[in-house]
Design a protein around this ligand. Structure first.
Ligand SMILES: Nc1nc2c(ncn2[C@@H]2O[C@H](COP(=O)(O)OP(=O)(O)OP(=O)(O)O)[C@@H](O)[C@H]2O)c(=O)[nH]1
Length: 269
């Protein structure tokens, strides 16, 4: 006869509870077996319980690890964002410093330092390629009068205005910078004297054609320019000096003009 486990357990309980069974020789063996069976069951249940608890803790730990991981990830993302912003700030600052060290604060044109750097590299390039380049020195005529009559601020505004005209009139590959005071230097790479003179005549004409507003008055300004072509047997500083000397000839000749090449002997103009 086959019992299912539930029926069998109920049968054993009934037998062990029956007083008439006490004298049965199998009673002792059955009760011992029953006790062993229950002890075994208790132990299995305890082990299962411990295992369940362990798995629960492990799950919780896993969950809190992933939560901790997410939190750290968010913190790292925040740090990365701050670091990106910081690096962008440094890059901007670097650009500003670079700009300030190479450009004139008033006019925004290249400053003397950048002009000298470019003159040096242009002289080297010219030697390598055996190609000429020209340097022009441009000076505003009677600029002191503007300062004297309208004040230094008006003089500054005039410098900015003239600088804009020069910058917009030279070619893209020319470099126009402020040499100092009311003097501007234009570097014309790979250009012969005749072409440079044509560019400078156009620039000069533009300044004269464009009245500048100073304190509700319209001023007509002129510039004088001196031009020199770089020679391979001389340094770029000599070329700059020649352009300066040529500019002084233009001034002495009556201003509002360009002078190209060697200065005539003293007293000839
Ligand atoms: N407003 C202003 N004036 C400046 C600046 N730098 C130089 N100057 C003035 O530029 C004037 C130059 O005068 P001068 O060298 O006598 O030359 P000029 O009056 O232009 O006469 P010519 O060059 O002979 O035609 C001086 O009054 C300087 O003070 C500047 O940054 N701003």
């Amino acid at each position: 006869m086959k019992h299912d486990s539930g029926e069998l357990e109920a049968l054993i309980k009934r037998l062990l509870a029956d007083p008439a069974m006490r004298d049965d020789p199998l009673y002792f063996a059955l009760s011992q077996l029953w006790q062993q069976y229950r002890d075994l069951l208790n132990r299995v249940e305890r082990i299962t319980h411990v295992s369940d608890a362990y798995q629960h803790i492990a799950r919780q730990r896993e969950q809190s690890l992933s939560m901790r991981f997410d939190k750290h990830l968010r913190q790292l993302e925040k740090v990365a964002r701050i670091s990106d912003r910081y690096q962008q700030m440094l890059r901007d600052l670097n650009t500003t410093l670079q700009e300030a060290s190479t450009h004139d604060a008033l006019t925004g044109l290249a400053n003397r330092r950048l002009l000298l750097e470019r003159l040096k590299s242009e002289a080297e390039r010219s030697e390598r390629n055996q190609r000429p380049f020209c340097v022009a020195m441009v000076d505003i005529d009677h600029f002191k009068r503007v300062n004297d009559q309208y004040g230094h601020d008006a003089g500054d505004a005039v410098l900015i205005d003239v600088a804009q005209v020069l910058e917009s009139e030279v070619r893209e590959y020319d470099l126009c910078g402020r040499w100092g005071g009311e003097e501007f230097l234009i570097l014309l790479p790979e250009t012969e004297l005749a072409t440079a003179l044509a560019v400078l005549e156009r620039v000069r004409d533009c300044v004269r054609q464009r009245p500048i507003q100073v304190e509700k008055q319209s001023l007509t300004l002129t510039v004088s320019a001196g031009l020199a072509e770089h020679r391979l047997d001389q340094g770029y500083a000599d070329t700059v000096n020649q352009a300066d000397a040529a500019m002084l000839v233009a001034k002495r000749s009556g201003r509002d003009r360009c002078w190209a090449g060697e200065a005539p002997p003293t007293g000839a103009v």
